[in-house]
Design a protein around this ligand. Structure first.
Ligand SMILES: [Zn+2]
Length: 63
């Protein structure tokens, strides 16, 4: 059940012009979906498969 492990997307680790401290946690798919939406709505990124993969690279395992 490795898939049940939760991931964290920490906006402080994401290169950003904003001083954003949001963290999102959940399953990898949940975090990715929420983080992509957040990147688009709050940071003005364009939604794309590349953005999704870039964000995937920033995910950390929840301790
Ligand atoms: Zn943010």
């Amino acid at each position: 059940m490795a898939d049940s492990k939760r991931k964290i997307a920490d906006c402080r680790l994401y290169p950003s012009e904003k001083n954003c401290s949001l963290t999102i946690s959940g399953t990898e798919e949940e975090v990715l979906t929420a983080a992509v939406q957040h990147a688009v709505t709050s940071h003005g990124h364009k939604e794309s498969p590349e953005l999704r993969e870039q964000i995937r690279g920033f995910l950390k395992d929840e301790k």
